[in-house]
Ligand binder design. Sequence first.
Ligand code: PLP
Length: 391
Amino acid sequence: MLPTYLAKWMSRLGTENAFVVLAKARELEAKGKEVIHLQIGEPDFDTPSNIIAAAKKALDDGFTHYGPSAGLPILREAICKEMKKTRNLDVKPDQVVIAPGGKPIMFYTMMTLIDPGDEVIIPNPGYPIYESVANYVGAKVIPLPLLEEKDFRFDPDVITKLVNEKTKLIVVNSPQNPTGGILTKEDLKVIADLAIKYDCWILADEIYSHMVYEGKFETITQFNGLPERTILLDGFSKTYAMTGWRMGYGVMPKELASYMTQLQTNVVSHTASFIQIAGVEALSERTDNAVNKMVDEFKKRREVIVAGLNRIPKIHCCMPHGAFYVFPNISAYGIDEQTFADRLLNEGGVAGLSGTSFGQYGKGFIRLSYANSIENINKALNKIEDFVKKI
Ligand SMILES: Cc1ncc(COP(=O)(O)O)c(C=O)c1O
């Protein structure tokens, strides 16, 4: 029950369980219990040193003042080059909005596009903030099931039935949180065709675009007519281990960018100026080596965690193709995923998240992040093996 002084729409706002579980895990640690953290989606690596040096220099150079709401021109230019290099996408700086993280772009997208009652298609299980902010603005959320038997992709017949004249926005996230699944070019084409047929917008959350372990990264913006109706979200948190810096961006049609910029002026004015300068360094080729090393390391950890989980009786874990999450099926234990995750933390000393923290189609699963050292992953696997014997 919410306090009566709160505005009614606060009852529609959700949250991100990873932060709740992190707090619980820290409490246990304060009591002297060892906890392996596989709950939070953040690289355990330090931000590459050239980026840190660029931020320090930017402070000395006086990037300590207000700047343009959409972001500094030099970073918006660099993002345009990044779009060309990684997606063969031609965009101009006035199509780019830099924000304090990728998350605000989700919020701005819903705030600028959605009227109460508009339908929004959201992958499920999916990153919980999409549903939270869609509900907050009064959208009708339509879950798109992602299926274990399809490697956590969707059934094209199902999405074709879900999209209609009332659909205003389709959220696409590939590589995906929480499953590590990747949509194929064919999957993306199905969505692109529906978006054109029903005149919908797309929020393409491509924040894990650099973390693809087989084949190449595919973007929905490659299809004709899609750049004109897509807000492409990417950022610095995951690729450059910059979660705490708070910087991400959206790339979209120029007119929409101007309205999102207006919204940003009303909320945060802009992202810290010296951090944006560090962002230019992050996008430079001087950081390529560090990124490649991190991605290679994630790939090794993926093999260790998937093989280890599949060795544990009754757990089934698909091989994820991107990001740094596994989404093992624990339903054979006969307890629900929330109880499993709670007990795994309290009795087993491993922090993970219940699959239903990501929506109802996460039932029977837990999410573990492998953004942790191989040593800790092996420790966690031993702890999970000991824990399941007690169920
Ligand atoms: C799919 C997805 N999009 C966006 C974000 C948010 O990133 P940022 O830290 O840049 O706000 C996350 C963070 O976990 C994520 O998993």
